[in-house]
Structure formats: C-alpha cells, structure tokens
Design a protein around this ligand. Structure first.
Ligand SMILES: [Zn+2]
Length: 358
C-alpha cells in the first residue's frame, strides 16, 4: 500500500445519533436465516483539527429538528419501522464543548460522500463561513442536475451565503484516487463512488514514525460484515475477546457455521458475510470501493471506521473530547475488527436455537 509521508492531524469521534429497527434486508444481501434486524447504530461525525489550527468536520449526522428531514422521509422512516434518535445538532454540541461553529472551516463527506439525510445534519446551524465540500462531479448532479430527492441532496437553504467546493482527486493514495487536502499528507480525501453520487471517504494520518491512519468510510459499507473476512484479513479460528461478552474466555468460534452459511448462499466461504443490497449511484462502483477499503483494512496500521458501524460503541473506543490518534498503541482493532460477529451471533441466538460456542 503506497501512501506518501506526511504530517498528522487530530481526530475526535462524535456519536450523537442512534438509529434502530432497521431490517437487515434493507441494507444487506443475501439474507441469513435468523438475522432480521440490524443492531442499533450511530451516524458518526469526526472533528479533525490540523496543526495550523484549522478545523474540519467529516459528516454532520442527523438534524435534531426532524421537520428538516421533510414529510416524505419522516413518513417512510415510520413505515419502515426505523427509529431515529438525535441527542442534539452537531453545531450545538460543539459550541457547548468549546468548539465554536465559526471555527469550523468546512464540512465534507455527506455533501459529497453523499448528501443523505443521515449525514448532512442541519447545515443551517453552522454559520455561512463554514464551507460545504462535496465529492467529484457532485455540483453538476445536485445543484444543476436531478440529484435531489426525499433522502437528501443539496438544497438552496444548504447553500445560503455559503461557499460550495468540489474536491478534485488527482493523486493516488493506496488504491484510491485522492486529494491531499492540506498539502502536507495529514488528510487525504478519497474518491469512493457507488453508494451515492460523489461519495467520498477520507484518510487521516493519526501518527508518524510509525505511520498510522484512520479511514472514514462514510456509507461505502455499513457494517463490518460487509468488509471482513478477506484474503487480506482472514477470520481467526477463535475470536478473543469474545465479541458477545467482552470476556477473554470462552472465545467465539464461528468457523464452520460461517463457512457453511456463505457456501449455501453462493458466497466465497472465506469472504464477507454480506454484500450491500442497494446502491444509489452504481452497484459495480460500490463493490469496487469496498474492495479498495478491504485492501486498506488488511493493513494493521489503518483503522477503518464506517459511519454506521455499531462496533465503534465498544467500551474501549475513545469518544470526543478524547483523541482517537493513539488507537494503535491502545490495541483498538483487537476489540473492533470482529465485533460484528457478536452482532450476528446475538441476533441468531435470539431467533434460532444456536449451539453455544466453545
Ligand atoms: Zn448513512
């Protein structure tokens, strides 16, 4: 994996949203008997603080004022059985915690990674000095084209007095076309199309000597079960600590069940449990983007965090105001990489008579 040398940037994770009641089949395929409901999940925001004092956000979560979601979306969510809880708007949370919204230079992702309701937050709560940063070819689609719909988009309100910027990804970082945002290697915006038009991920350098990174995956995938295992990161024979209990013993050993389940569903027995069940822009590009993230995920110096991955709620995960930068020396991946297996196992045990693992 080729990543140029560079500076570091501070990363803080903010979890203000809880989405529950989401049926698995609405997001993943092919189905697994007994796994019906996706575990309650966040819609994460990341505060990035550069050495120069410049601040950025990657993703804004969900608007606290639910009327901002629009009538159709609110009705659809109720009909689907989704429950969306928002503690407060991100701008309000930051202001209360010593980060005035006018100190934020730009927000990225959703307006680029995608403009969906569960990522674009309520931009009107930020001052016009906060730019919108959008992914490649997004302005043509959303501002001058037909990209806006009930699930998101860039509205006139979003743009009111605000600068809209589109990233240009003209260098290569790992397998991704990328942009070196600060020009010093601390933050790369990654062109990662598929889930929605102009979807972007980002790669922040969390330490140097040795280099470590956090990859913000947005909605390139939604759960660890779409990313792992792979040839880059095979499933261990036994998962320790046990992702159901957090205890070192007994370990969880999903081996035979996992391989059989994948084989019966026509999937690679050594590959991930699920594929995404939908893509708004392109399924082909979505799968290509997932393969690229899997390649990065195979590098033990990269921590991949998806916007809705419930694994980030593990008790060892440092949340704002703590910094995430020393994730590697804390051994965080040991707790997060396979925690998705615990989500699946809990659901199976709830719905089927599953043998207890030994
Ligand atoms: Zn989302």
């Amino acid at each position: 994996m080729s990543i140029p040398k560079g500076q570091t940037i501070s990363v803080k994770v903010i979890d203000l949203v809880n989405v529950s009641g989401v049926p698995n089949k609405s997001t993943y395929a092919p189905p697994v008997e007994g796994v019906e409901i996706f575990p309650a999940s966040p819609s994460l925001c990341f505060l990035l603080e550069h050495n120069s004092g410049r601040r950025l956000l990657f993703d804004l979560g969900v608007a606290f004022n639910s009327s901002k979601l629009g009538e159709k979306l609110q009705k659809d969510l109720a009909n689907f059985g989704w429950k969306v809880e928002v503690k407060e708007d991100l701008a309000v949370f930051l202001d209360k915690n010593g980060v005035p919204p006018d100190s934020i230079e730009a927000k990225s992702n959703s307006f680029a990674s995608h403009t969906h309701w569960d990522h674009k937050g309520d931009i009107s709560t930020f001052p016009p000095s906060t730019d919108l940063i959008v992914g490649p070819n997004t302005v043509a689609k959303f501002v001058h084209g037909d990209g806006n719909g009930p699930y998101g988009g860039i509205t006139l309100d979003d743009m009111q007095g605000r600068t809209l910027r589109e990233v240009k990804c003209d260098i290569k970082v790992g397998p991704f076309p990328a942009m070196d945002y600060f020009g010093d290697g601390s933050l790369y915006i990654l062109d990662s199309p598929g889930h929605d038009h102009g979807h972007i991920c980002a790669l922040a350098r969390t330490t140097s000597n040795p280099d470590t990174f956090v990859l913000f995956g947005g909605d390139a995938a939604h759960h660890g079960s779409e990313l792992r295992p792979t040839k880059h990161l095979p499933m261990p024979k036994s998962i320790v600590p046990n992702p159901q209990t957090g205890l070192m013993h007994p370990p969880l050993c999903p081996g035979d069940w996992f391989r059989d389940t994948n084989q019966k569903r026509g999937l690679d027995p050594e590959g991930p449990l699920y594929r995404p069940s939908f893509a708004i822009a392109s399924m082909e590009h979505t799968l290509q983007t997932i393969e690229k993230i899997q390649e990065m995920d195979g590098n033990e110096s990269v921590l991949c965090l998806l916007a809705h991955d419930p694994s980030v709620r593990h008790k060892s995960m440092p949340l704002f105001p703590e910094s995430l930068n020393d994730w590697k020396s804390k051994g965080l991946r040991k707790f997060l990489d396979w925690s998705w297996v615990g989500d699946v196992w809990n659901e199976l045990e709830r719905n089927l008579a599953m043998p207890k693992s030994t």
